[in-house]
Design a protein around this ligand. Sequence first.
Ligand code: FE2
Length: 394
Amino acid sequence: MSKPYFEFFCPVKTIAGHKALEHMPFELQALGSSRPLIITDVGVRKAGLLEQVLPVFKEAGTEIADIYDNVPPDSSTDTVTEIAALYRSKNADSIIAIGGGSVIDTSKGVNILVSEGGDDIHKYSGAGVLTRPLKPLFVVPTTAGTGSEVTAIAVVSDCKTGAKLPFASQFLLPNAAVLDPRMTLTLPPAITAATAMDAMTHAMESYICLAKNPLSDAYGTQAIRKISENILHVMDNPQDANGRLELALAATMAGIAFSNSMVGLVHALGHALGAICHLPHGICMNIFLPYVLEYNMETSSELIGELLLPLAGPEVYASTPKPMRAERTLQRVRALRDELYERVKLPRRLSETGKVTRDQIPQLAKLSLDEGPVLFNPKEMELAEAIALLERAW
Ligand SMILES: [Fe+2]
């Protein structure tokens, strides 16, 4: 039965395909923009990805206002202010973000300042502070994982205090997500694996979380199927453009799913682990996913069992008796992690990271319980349970 009430919102235009980049100038013009500022990072520049983008605009006769290619791995308020000043001095009228989570969040922050005016990003922090549409923002993801191209949130680090400033507003949603496999072809295998497992976690948590709804279910399950069908093939054939496009689509679909249904304990634990031990987000997701599914089995075994269909396909699903499906889902997730470990040593346990000590577990447990996603997990968690789960994941 469907929920008695839910909301679902995603106004982001998806522009996807092997020649998606070529559509950008026209799509920007349709929004009245003719001088985009490109925001990216050194890694994207060094990987030669701008060479895929710039000729497209040259050919279309669209002038690029400027290129800012120095976004740090953790977006900061200083960087946002610096880029906003560049945007104004170059008379830009729109933003193209090319990169991963930090570039996209930074670009969302820049868009607040250049649209609302001023240099103080702090006053726009929080939920629902923005009240009107911002400048056109196109996002070209260069990883297939975060889903930030379709989320209404951004996190920017305060460069003075180190605190993470959250921003949440429907006006932060980009105008378009441009998914072109040429932008992820050179992604190293270890990052391909970690980011795909982030997307897998978004999709699975969206299906199990308390705010799940029929529309997020549709996006989430199809994202799981695409990741499951393509991740190992792409690991073994990194230049396979079709597989890369499938993973990019899956990450965006998982992003649409979780931004409408929230995420749960995998993210709560993962945020704590990332903050304390400075591990990449995708690795944190890969570690905790099966342990959290196991923890949620008591409340959500039927839903976890339903995930076997997109994860393993119709034959496995049909041949597995209903009471066994949830356990089989868990087995498949563990088997996938083993395959990834074999290929790129993607850590499956805290002890395999080399960056966590066992005596940090109580601190990790405590911090994870302060995380917002705890509220959306189907099963509540006390401190002792968090410690026990982290011990199992050791
Ligand atoms: Fe995530």
